[in-house]
Design a binder for this molecule. Structure first.
Ligand SMILES: C[S@@+](CC[C@H](N)C(=O)[O-])C[C@H]1O[C@@H](n2cnc3c(N)ncnc32)[C@H](O)[C@@H]1O
Length: 389
């Protein structure tokens, strides 16, 4: 049943399904006609609710995120031959007359996309209209909790980020006696760092210690003043260069628009520290622009704009492969819609295996082939895999 499990696992990891419908019963004796699964917000974070539809009634069951792929597999194996999955970007159909050999087809999203957008507006982690201390202090909301119109896109960006933090919440370790450690590299004015603190400490009640690091001393002083005003005692800001900051550890590393190779140094730190979760939105991927060489692509690369875009995607593609080679499950997801910023791809990575697995070894050889095909020498190459890991 591995293939089926992997299929579901991938949907739940890469996309956020809005709805799954299980239909076409395996046997007449099965009493319910179909099962519909939708995401819900539970105390523990993101979870799912399954609705069993009978002739004259419906019953419900809640499933934790970590068990959902297995639950879906069981529904297919025991009860249904067909599943329709609606995600942000795709409508997916699974036909599984033989559960061991499911047929999967994917089409661009129709209805799911609109519904999800609608739900998300209603279900922002931090709602418009409800006072939130750090957003008021940073001037995004007024004192009554209304978002100031010119800051609406920042407000949306923060909520989108928190939605993704919510998705990875179940993967964060639960330490008995020490806080969950998080580092935001290249934190700037730290809207995001404050937001993560607010979400984990204030809303979720987790014991956390969060550090924001940035080159700019004046920005760091400002952020420390804001944290003190808000009494966010476990949130500290330090001046420093990511490339020199290695003597620490973290359960989660985040970066939002840390420029060019600063992102690589953040990723390298995270992997060396065996960090469980990485959320990184790169930007200004300039490094490979002056390095790339490829005879077949040369006629295309003479156009600066194409060279720029190709090297941007190549940089992030190589980063993703390198993380996979180091035992991470990696998804590149859309962070915010393109109308907000062109810098909208997020690398979401969760440590899930060892460098010695067949999957990691394959990723390493794919990484080397891609790197050598374009004759580049990216900073992420400094990350050597630890064979004992
Ligand atoms: C575009 S800003 C993003 C700030 C913030 N993360 C946000 O999204 O609002 C990039 C930040 O990364 C910082 N930065 C760039 N390179 C860095 C490095 N090597 N070490 C530490 N900070 C760095 C810059 O000082 C700047 O504040």
């Amino acid at each position: 049943m591995n293939k089926l499990y992997e299929t579901f696992n991938e949907f739940f990891f890469n996309d956020r399904p809005v709805k799954l419908i299980f239909s076409d019963k395996r046997r007449k004796s099965i009493e319910f006609k179909k099962v519909t699964i939708r995401p819900i917000m539970a105390k523990e974070g993101l979870a799912y609710q399954a609705e069993y539809t009978f002739d004259k009634k419906a019953t419900h069951k809640n499933i934790l995120q970590e068990n959902i792929a297995e639950f879906c597999c069981e529904l297919v194996t025991e009860s249904f031959k067909q599943v329709n999955v609606f995600t942000d970007n795709f409508d997916i159909q699974i036909l599984a007359a033989k559960p061991g050999n499911p047929r999967v087809t994917k089409k661009p999203s129709t209805l799911g996309c609109c519904n999800l957008t609608h739900n998300r507006v209603k279900n922002y982690v931090i709602p418009d209209g409800k006072p939130c201390d750090f957003l008021i202090r940073l001037g995004v909301m007024d004192k009554s909790g209304k978002v100031i119109p010119k800051h609406y896109s920042k407000f949306r960006q923060i909520n989108r980020y928190l939605e993704i933090v919510e998705d990875v919440f179940p993967y964060l370790p639960k330490h008995e006696n020490k806080p969950l450690k998080i580092i935001d590299f290249g934190c700037g004015k730290a809207y995001l760092t404050f937001a993560i603190y607010y979400y984990l400490k204030v809303l979720k009640g987790r014991n956390v210690k969060i550090v924001g690091l940035d080159l700019k001393k004046d920005v760091i002083d400002f952020c420390n003043r804001v944290a003190a005003d808000l009494k966010y005692d476990e949130l500290k800001f330090l001046p420093g260069d990511i490339a020199d900051y290695s003597d620490d550890h973290a359960d989660m590393v985040v970066t939002l628009h840390a420029c060019d190779t600063a992102t690589d140094y953040a990723l390298i730190n995270a992997v060396v520290w065996n960090t469980k979760v990485i959320l990184s939105v790169p930007c200004c991927q300039h490094e490979l622009f002056s390095q790339i060489e490829n005879d077949i692509h040369a006629p295309m690369l003479k156009h600066g704009i194409l060279k720029d875009r190709l090297t941007e995607y190549l940089t992030d593609g190589l980063r993703a492969l390198k993380l996979e080679a180091c035992g991470y499950n990696v998804a590149l997801i859309e962070f915010t819609s393109l109308e907000h910023t062109a810098r909208n791809i997020m690398i979401k990575a969760v440590k899930g295996g060892s460098c010695n697995s067949a999957k990691s070894k394959k990723a390493q050889s794919q990484y080397e082939a891609l790197r050598d095909f374009y004759h580049v020498n990216p900073t992420i190459d400094k990350l050597t895999r630890n064979p004992s890991d």
